[in-house]
Design a protein around this ligand. Structure first.
Ligand SMILES: Nc1ncnc2c1ncn2[C@@H]1O[C@H](COP(=O)(O)OP(=O)(O)OP(=O)(O)O)[C@@H](O)[C@H]1O
Ligand SMILES: [Mg+2]
Length: 487
């Protein structure tokens, strides 16, 4: 059975708002933790970019220094071992002559042998034409030097770094990783004592392939991104599980608090209602008694004076009896319940109710099946109240059966070592949307019902620390189960 109370939609909205208000501070913490996670992720990516950018700068700087030193060495060697001997031996430099070219080639190869250099190129001093290159197909070509050539010819050594590829190249999404450093220095005359003179005879270009170093840097960047992403993912999962657990606990607590508040409000409302009903019922009871006894006297007199009309007075008597029953029911409901507990037999109480209702059962042609477990422990009950509770449940069951049907009443030991009383009828049943409301005071679908019967039952059951459950199916019948606690 669902003991939930049916709520008004407006009340539901108010409760939802209260629930959300209770969760607000936690939601703020939740958003704060997730947004700080996003900030950390952005910072980690930025950091990985700064680290790799720095590594790239250091690599460039070191290689540039190395290339400049090498270029200076080539400058010295070429001047001493080629330019001077060529001027002395051949009267001038003419690289078209194979013996001069071979001499220069052997000098340069001697200097660069074993070093990780891709090419050495020497440009002439005026036309940006390649005079010599270890890559022979470049010789004689014009304008290969670019702006760096002109800077160097003006006396300023400089470098150009060209690279392609990024972390995406690791996934083979963009072109492969390439990096190339070209260093240009002015090819100067060397004076006696090894000092360089002012005369610039051309430009020396040294080309170095740095693809391996560059791809190492990109791999480092990729590793930083992967490690930080994995860390962030772990952190995110941990945070999410903490947050979701926290929100479940907080939500549960908020719901419990709201339910408690609702129950308190309901109890308060019922208490007010109870007092009012008790006062009104009490005031009605005495005049009702007077009306009834007067009607009874009238009935007797009419029988004498105007026989055949006494049924009119009988109607008044019957209706006052009915009204009196209603008033008594109101008073039962409103009166604070303090059960007078004593050890009693449950089976005896059941039998007593059924004895009282036997003629009603016969009139309606209802088959009664009693299955009362023998030897049940006696229970602490207020016999009168418990009788009234059983009476209300069984009367409802009889009323639910139109004509002919079956009423089954069983008692047994319950799972918690108390006693179960099961009342099962083959009546019309209760619909799903009604079943939540049957214990509410004044809920009825009967013309002459007050809707207090089950509310009184609930009060009595609660006052005994017992439990009541209901199961029903339209067209099949209803089963009430009362579970009394162990003694
Ligand atoms: N055994 C049952 N089978 C079908 N409907 C039931 C049964 N018991 C209770 N109900 C439903 O629950 C409603 C509330 O029952 P409750 O006993 O509180 O009031 P009532 O019987 O209508 O009036 P009264 O105050 O005279 O008892 C009933 O009107 C009826 O619709
Ligand atoms: Mg009833």
């Amino acid at each position: 059975m669902s003991k939930e109370e049916v709520m008004h939609p407006v009340k539901k909205n108010v409760q939802k708002e209260q629930l959300e208000a209770g969760l607000k501070p936690f939601l703020l913490v939740k958003y704060f933790s997730f947004s700080s996670l996003a900030v950390i992720l952005v910072f980690t990516l930025l950091l990985s970019w700064i680290i790799s950018e720095n590594a790239r700068k250091i690599m460039l700087q070191q290689n540039e220094e190395y290339s400049l030193l090498l270029a200076e060495n080539i400058n010295q060697q070429v001047f001493r071992r080629f330019v001077l001997p060529a001027v002395i031996r051949y009267g001038g430099i003419a690289l078209r002559k194979p013996e001069q070219f071979e001499l220069l080639d052997s000098v340069i190869k001697g200097v660069t042998q074993g070093l990780k250099i891709d090419s050495v190129t020497i440009y002439d001093s005026s036309m940006n034409i390649v005079s010599y290159s270890t890559l022979h197909d470049r010789i004689g070509k014009k304008d290969l030097g670019g702006p760096e050539y002109y800077k160097a010819i003006g006396g300023n050594p400089n470098s150009r770094l060209t690279y392609s590829g990024s972390v995406f190249s690791l996934l083979h999404l963009t072109h492969e990783i390439r990096c190339n450093l070209k260093t240009y220095i002015p090819f100067r005359q060397v004076l006696q004592g090894g000092k360089e003179g002012d005369l610039i005879m051309g430009v020396i270009e040294i080309e170095k392939d740095l693809s391996r170093n560059y791809s190492n840097i990109i791999r480092l960047q990729g590793r930083i991104i992967i490690v930080s992403s994995v860390l962030m993912a772990i952190l995110f999962l941990v945070l999410r599980s903490i947050v979701s657990r926290g929100s479940i606990i907080i939500e549960r607590r908020a719901v419990e608090r709201l339910k408690l508040e609702e129950k308190l409000n309901q109890a308060e409302r019922l208490a007010h209602l109870g007092t009012m009903v008790a006062t009104v019922s009490h005031e009605i009871k005495s005049p009702l008694g007077i009306v009834r006894s007067t009607a009874e006297i009238l009935e007797k007199r009419i029988r004498k004076i105007a026989p055949g009309n006494e049924h009119l007075a009988k109607i008044v008597v019957d209706e006052t009896i009915r009204l009196n029953n209603i008033v008594v029911e109101f008073l039962d409901f409103a009166r604070p319940l303090k059960p007078n507990l004593a050890l009693c037999s449950v089976n005896d109480s059941v039998r007593k109710v059924l004895d009282f209702l036997s003629s009603e059962l016969k009139n309606k042609n209802i088959e009664l099946v009693m299955d009362l477990a023998p030897g049940l422990n006696r229970c602490n009950l207020d016999q009168e109240l418990f009788y009234r509770a059983l009476f209300n449940i069984i009367v409802n069951a009889i009323q639910a059966i139109d004509k002919e049907g079956r009423l089954q009443i069983s008692t047994m030991k319950s799972a918690n070592k108390g006693i179960d009383i099961v009342i099962k009828d083959s009546g019309g049943g209760i619909s799903e949307d009604m079943i939540h409301q049957i214990f509410q005071p004044f809920f009825t679908n009967k013309n002459k019902g007050t809707g207090l019967g089950l509310a009184i039952v609930k009060n009595i059951i609660d006052s005994h620390g017992a439990d009541i459950e209901v199961e029903s199916k339209i067209g099949e019948g209803t089963t009430f189960k009362v579970t009394l606690p162990p003694r």
